[in-house]
Design a protein around this ligand. Structure first.
Ligand SMILES: Cc1cc2nc3c(=O)[nH]c(=O)nc-3n(C[C@H](O)[C@H](O)[C@H](O)COP(=O)(O)OP(=O)(O)OC[C@H]3O[C@@H](n4cnc5c(N)ncnc54)[C@H](O)[C@@H]3O)c2cc1C
Ligand SMILES: Cc1cc2nc3c(=O)[nH]c(=O)nc-3n(C[C@H](O)[C@H](O)[C@H](O)COP(=O)(O)O)c2cc1C
Length: 598
């Protein structure tokens, strides 16, 4: 076979030698491997380049390494900001995503800062699984030469609050490294903890890298991302369409939203998410004011910002999510013995259940207490934006962005309850305005080689990014095949985008579709069951270089799908348990097994 002009002859010879004597499954694996390498490199080119401020004459030992692990971009943003601030101070710094950190360099590392979120039930983000596993394994070297600091990002309503950061911090100390700064545990109001932590560790870095003459560290708010609208300065977009896509009789209210980006210069890629800043429902704000007998017009100043109490509650504070710090403050104020008991270490499971199923209003009603407006605003958690996987490709919809929204609505003791953002979006009239920004997700990207096959597993609203993928591949004329697994309770009411998938099948933009309608028969059937039914073909596609994507529910679905993939590798590839795990880890490392789960 003739070598193409872009392949140097020496490499061509090596590849020919490498291929000699290999069987077809090994050749397929290699082809997939190289496609994965291309994908990772492509992602590397698209990602902001690692910050490396080369300080003349500075040896590698005089370098700060910042490693981040992030599922939805928060830890990445904080780590990038830290890298930029230290670079501005003339320090020699390199910034790496955890899966790009060469762990063999750890034993030489002198100064290491880690910024990492916690996911799942106290699990590492996908990009950090291997890094965290390495650190906790016996292979991790002793680290007497290392000075370090760890910042965790998390959500205090989870029992394992910033658990991964705490584990890493403890493990580095156990390996003999010197802790420069207490581990930071940032709640969803990230900056409250991240900014002082950042200021402290910049000071330590200046000292450790002996840049005493450099200007003192001053910390500005976290730098926004490179996109046109940012989390801090979102674009006020117009809602064009708000269409229910679940039918009569469905247990769910799922909507297809179309939002105009006209005039924003916002660009996004299939795989990205849209950040949305909600406004709390006026009825809920009134209810809270009413129960506490507070005046919404009262002016309240917090951190030098003055707003009416109603404005604080409507746009700046969480009312639908409970946190442990709020419950603690409320227990003090109410003096209620049951609430105090709930906060004891032995009640962890009961506390978890309360945090998951009760809202602020339920607690205010059940345990009366006398709050002032100012104390309430300080005790409630600042409102944070919600993420929604983008369900459209700009190659097709141009200046629009589409979402697939599940409206969170339920009853508690006969009263209506709802989720802040989904309620806001579901009730937003067409023509209404919504503050938005794009949250990039470099780890959830279509293959750079469009002749690669893709396998998309997206039950429920997990379907959203795959609508974007299929639109994009259709518009680009990609020759690779697209296989979709979708599931929901009922065919008749919950088949999201049914007509679009049927058209895509006819047009040749979708090649295979497997459906799991769980409650249409006596025995429940889920996407993971469909994967097992198709085990042979699935394994062939993957061994032939296909990329696998999973989107949707993190708690059960993503785990069950992962178990199904491991079982398929054992069954079809004849691998044992350890080999199957290695096979899947390998796919993930090549960027060929990507998850966007929540
Ligand atoms: C990367 C990413 C992508 C996402 N993509 C999508 C997407 O494409 N589509 C989508 O719809 N969502 C998506 N989500 C989820 C979305 O971000 C929000 O979490 C979701 O819309 C709920 O937010 P909310 O503000 O409506 O509810 P919140 O106000 O955050 O929460 C409501 C409260 O009600 C409680 N609660 C909810 N249901 C019940 C119940 N039945 N019984 C008792 N208590 C209950 C909850 O515990 C919570 O305390 C995604 C999330 C991430 C991280
Ligand atoms: C599905 C899911 C599970 C989560 N589990 C935890 C958890 O166990 N502990 C915790 O402290 N935070 C948890 N969080 C909160 C995230 O850590 C928090 O939102 C963080 O800011 C995300 O940072 P990232 O965007 O860098 O991943 C979870 C968030 C999601 C969406």
């Amino acid at each position: 076979m003739l070598a193409p002009s872009y392949l140097p002859e020496s490499k061509h010879t090596l590849i020919t030698e490498l291929a000699e004597g290999l069987e077809s499954n090994a050749l397929s694996w290699l082809s997939g491997y190289f496609a994965g390498v291309a994908q990772v490199r492509q992602a590397g080119r698209l990602a902001p380049p690692p910050v490396v401020a080369a300080v003349p004459g500075t040896a590698a030992a005089k370098r700060l390494t910042i490693v981040y692990g992030s599922q939805t971009g928060n830890a990445k943003r904080v780590a990038e900001s830290l890298a930029e601030r230290t670079e501005e101070l003339g320090l020699n710094v390199r910034l790496l995503r955890a899966d790009r950190y060469p762990t063999r360099e750890l034993k030489e590392e002198q100064l290491l800062y880690i910024v990492i979120s916690t996911q799942g039930d106290g699990e590492a983000p996908d990009d950090s699984l291997a890094f965290v596993e390495f650190l906790s394994s016996r292979r991790a070297p002793k680290l007497p030469q290392l000075k370090y600091a760890v910042l965790g990002l998390g959500d205090s309503s989870y029992p394992s609050f910033c658990g991964i950061a705490q584990n890493i911090d403890a493990r580095l100390a156990e390996l003999g490294a010197e802790r420069l700064q207490e581990v930071g545990a940032a709640d969803l109001d990230i900056e409250t903890v991240a900014l002082p932590w950042q200021a402290a560790v910049i000071g330590h870095a200046q000292k450790a890298l002996k840049q005493a003459e450099a200007p003192a560290a001053s910390v500005t708010p976290l730098r926004p991302q490179a996109s046109k609208a940012t989390r801090e300065q979102p674009f006020l977009a117009e809602l064009l369409l708000n269409q229910p896509i679940t039918g009569r009789g469905s247990d769910k209210d799922v909507r297809h939203l179309e939002i105009s980006l006209e005039g924003s210069h916002i660009e996004y890629q299939p795989g990205d998410a849209l950040g949305v800043w909600p406004t709390q429902s006026p009825a809920l704000v009134e209810r809270v004011l009413d129960v506490l007998n507070l005046d919404g017009e009262e002016s309240i100043e917090v951190n030098h910002v003055k707003r009416s109490l109603k404005e604080w509650l409507s746009r700046h504070r969480e009312l639908t999510q409970l946190t442990k710090p709020f419950l603690t403050a409320h227990a003090e104020l109410s003096g209620d013995a049951n609430l105090h008991a709930l906060l004891q270490p032995q009640s962890i499971d009961a506390l978890k259940a309360v945090l998951e199923s009760r809202q602020l209003i339920d607690i205010l009603k059940a345990y009366p207490a006398k709050w002032t407006g100012a104390a309430l605003v300080k005790a409630l958690r600042p409102l944070t934006p919600r993420m929604y996987s983008i369900a459209s490709s700009q190659s097709v919809v141009e200046n629009e962005v589409h979402l697939t929204l599940a409206n969170v609505a339920y009853e508690y003791e006969g009263e209506a309850r709802w989720g802040a953002a989904s309620n806001f979006l579901a009730h937003l009239p067409e023509g209404g305005q919504v503050p938005v920004f794009v949250e990039e997700n470099q780890r959830f990207r279509l293959p750079s080689d469009s002749s690669r096959d893709i396998i998309m597993i997206g039950p429920g609203t997990g379907i959203a990014p795959f609508r974007a993928f299929v639109q994009e591949r259709g518009a680009a004329g990609a020759s690779g095949r697209n296989w979709l697994f979708f599931g929901n309770p009922h065919f008749s009411s919950d088949f999201l985008y049914q007509t679009e998938w049927q058209r895509a099948l006819q047009d040749g933009h979708l090649h295979r579709l497997d459906l799991a309608f769980s409650r249409d028969q006596a025995e429940k059937v889920y996407v993971q069951d469909k994967l097992l039914e198709r085990a042979g073909d699935l394994y062939d596609w993957i061994q032939g270089g296909a990329h696998v994507y999973v989107c949707g529910d993190a708690t059960r679905m993503a785990r069950d799908v992962q178990q199904a993939l491991l079982r398929i590798a054992r069954q079809e590839g004849g691998l044992d348990e350890a080999q199957a795990k290695e096979w899947l880890d390998d796919l993930a490392a090549q960027g060929r097994y990507a998850r966007d789960v929540y």
